[in-house]
Design a protein around this ligand. Structure first.
Ligand SMILES: Nc1ncnc2c1ncn2[C@@H]1O[C@H](COP(=O)(O)OP(=O)(O)OP(=O)(O)O)[C@@H](O)[C@H]1O
Length: 325
């Protein structure tokens, strides 16, 4: 690599596979988290998000495939890469009888990037940042799920990081906590930190991420820049017209799938372009008041990708995604 010409991805996997006693948890995962991105990892329960994250962090050994973290191959490069990586993953191993602050002080002592004298201030700042300062001196044992999540997040932010990986950080948080996590992610992004965040909250990913990877049954079925991914699902045209029945018939007669919606009709653009749809309608004498491309929305796209249990249907969706895979 020539310095300055190629940006090393914060994380990259090739052919990643994990089999647990006959269960294939992750397979063929080629993930690329671009430096500086906030990448959302989306997938239903059991799709392999946590397993992928654990392999990225070297917590679980892959059955096959490669992991590169901040340019270092794992497991050999773990000692070089990990000090620059903050992570919130399930079961961070907090001591139940110590307070949140005491737990973080212990963790701070193990941080190579933190000088001993700087640890108490770093701990206080991290607690403040995740909204846990008021409960900092209570025992971890008595924390609610949301408070435990906040402490895990604080641990991930304890030292300056180049890359922060958060597995379902909003789990157990109330709406205020969710907003705070969003703000933390936005701050990290502003500071140039790469973030990988897994979530099942699609709207949240849409609101906070620059990139997204969609997991389905252990495999990445789509990944790329969020806007591009949304546009690739841009397969319908909303036509406002009072002649709904006439319009639907005219399009269907021309093999363009269409259906009535409250505003008018929705024409499918998978096989025909917008000009062809409009020309067909005009030829049939349909008064066209307004024409608008519909952004499908990540939620629709995600649902279509992950709910198509028929392999053929999924293949058709993936063909739509083009080179985003
Ligand atoms: N330690 C393990 N032993 C056996 N099977 C496992 C183990 N960890 C994960 N699996 C299986 O691997 C698959 C992927 O699980 P994983 O936890 O990675 O998915 P996930 O997308 O993070 O799901 P969730 O959102 O429910 O946490 C599931 O079928 C799960 O049961």
């Amino acid at each position: 690599m020539t310095a300055g010409s190629t940006v090393v991805a914060a994380a990259r996997t090739r052919g990643l596979r994990k089999v647990y006693r006959g269960t294939v948890a992750v397979d063929h995962v080629d993930l690329e988290v671009p430096t500086g991105a906030v990448m959302g990892m989306l997938g239903p329960n059991g799709s392999g998000k946590t397993t992928t994250i654990r392999m990225l962090l070297g917590l679980v050994a892959p059955t096959a495939g490669e992991v590169e973290l901040l340019g270092h191959r794992l497991p050999e490069g773990a000692a070089k890469a990990l000090p620059d990586v903050g992570a919130l993953v399930e079961g961070p191993g907090f001591h139940p009888f110590l307070s949140g602050r005491e737990n973080l002080l212990r963790m701070g002592a193990a941080e190579p990037a933190l000088a001993t004298a700087a640890i108490p201030a770093a701990v206080a700042e991290a607690l403040e940042r995740v909204g846990l300062a008021h409960a900092a001196d209570r025992r971890y044992k008595g924390y609610s799920l949301g408070m435990k999540q906040r402490l895990g997040l604080a641990a991930a932010l304890l030292a300056p990081r180049r890359f922060v990986i958060l597995d379902e950080p909003t789990n157990g948080l109330d709406p205020a906590g969710t907003r705070e996590v969003r703000a933390v992610i936005a701050d990290l992004h502003k500071a140039g930190t790469t973030v990988l965040v897994s979530s099942h909250l699609l709207a949240e990913v849409e609101a906070t991420c620059t990139h997204v990877a969609v997991l389905h049954q252990g495999t990445v079925v789509a990944q790329g820049e969020l806007g591009t991914l949304l546009d690739s699902g841009n397969a319908t045209l909303l036509v406002t017209t009072p002649e709904v029945a006439l319009a639907v018939d005219a399009l269907r007669d021309n093999r363009i799938p269409a259906r009535a919606v409250p505003e008018g009709i929705l024409a499918d653009l998978t096989t025909s372009g917008a000009p062809e749809v409009v020309a067909t309608l005009v030829r049939a004498g349909v008064p066209v008041h307004e024409v608008r491309r519909q952004r499908t929305g990540l939620e629709d796209l995600f649902a279509r990708l992950t709910e198509s249990s028929e392999p053929e249907a999924l293949d058709a969706e993936l063909a739509l995604m083009g080179d985003l895979r």
